[in-house]
Unconditional design. Structure first.
Length: 333
């Protein structure tokens, strides 16, 4: 299979780089994932070893699919944790990828394959994939948010990621809802990430238990409160644990207040929730939508769909392919 810059019926390789793994997939122009692989990310042994982990994942996809489709690969799209520069293709200084500091990832991969390479942060890429192929298909003004270890967001307008003047737009997870609130990892206080991410939910649960609340969370965490995670809260919720129910209900309320600010700022056509911790918040979606009317100025907020994402764990590789195809369209204009 060849890598080509143009073809009448193209495919793309989407790559999702994380702190512990690299996933890569072959994706067609309808957003269908045809082949996928993953391997460990080497993030603590220097930039070249990190690059080799990415190359290994790409090679695995090419080897698995070679000769089976007879179509050209348009290029490669890579999503990675920020901060990064999507214009220059340089990964700046992501906390969970210490191997790369001012590393020209797009340039290095492009030089290896002689093909166009686009990069963007993971939330932006996932948001674009959802906007063009997923739950946001058919909408022009899409707001995407992903809840996991952190809270990432993307603003997609007319099929294009809104990056702002310097590429730093769309950091909605670091909008503060309480300037006296808990310190966020970003250095600000009261960010929605400091209240509603998976680790933040776990922190709030531990605080309530320290104040005397009982819960099966402790048993599920092996008797060690510090081992409570967002995933464990989800398990306890499914088992009917009152404290877990309370934590998730509070989280839904906090997210509703935050989304009210998003509605007043952007007036999106649709809001899409994804990420690992989002699954346990799905039962609260209707409640969150009803609360929006009391959390924003916009009197028509009830018309905005609040929906789950399509791609789930595949959001990164689909998003990588989406930014690849989007870059190809811009080059052809």
């Amino acid at each position: 299979m060849s890598i080509a810059s143009s073809s009448s019926d193209n495919l793309a390789i989407g790559v999702d780089v994380g702190g512990t793994k690299v996933a890569a997939a072959l994706v067609d122009q309808q957003g269908t994932i045809l082949f996928q692989t993953r391997n460990p990310m080497v993030c603590d042994r220097g930039p070249e070893n990190g690059l080799l982990a990415v190359i290994s994942a790409i090679e695995a996809v090419m080897a698995k699919s070679k000769g089976s489709l007879g179509k050209a690969i348009q290029g490669i799209g890579i999503c990675a944790p920020g901060p990064l520069d999507p214009v220059s293709g340089v990964v700046l200084n992501p906390p969970n990828l210490p191997c790369w500091r001012d590393f020209p990832l797009a340039g290095e991969v492009s030089r290896r394959y002689g093909a166009p390479v686009a990069i963007d942060n993971d939330a932006n890429a996932a948001g674009l994939g959802e906007a063009i192929w997923g739950a946001g298909r058919g909408y022009n003004n899409v707001f995407y948010f992903t809840i996991g270890t952190g809270i990432g967001t993307a603003i997609v307008l007319d099929g294009r990621i809104f990056h702002g003047r310097t590429g730093g737009a769309g950091e909605g997870g670091h909008l503060s809802i309480d300037y006296k609130g808990p310190l966020c990892a970003c250095g600000k206080r009261g960010c929605i990430e400091a209240f509603a991410s998976g680790p933040s939910m776990a922190r709030r649960a531990r605080e309530k238990m320290d104040a005397g609340r009982s819960s099966m969370l402790l048993d599920l965490a092996g008797g060690k409160a510090e081992h409570i995670t967002g995933k464990i809260i989800g398990e306890a919720y499914s088992a009917g644990d009152p404290l877990a129910i309370e934590i998730l209900s509070e989280t839904a309320e906090l997210l509703s207040f935050w989304l009210g600010n998003i509605v007043d700022l952007l007036d999106p056509e649709v809001m899409i929730m994804g990420g690992g911790a989002a699954a346990m918040l799905m039962p609260f979606l209707d409640e969150m939508k009803k609360r929006l009317t009391d959390c924003c100025l916009n009197s028509r907020s009830g018309e905005i769909p609040l929906v789950p994402a399509r791609y789930g764990e595949d959001a990164g590789v689909a998003g990588g392919a989406a930014i690849c195809f989007a870059a190809a369209r811009r080059r052809s204009c």
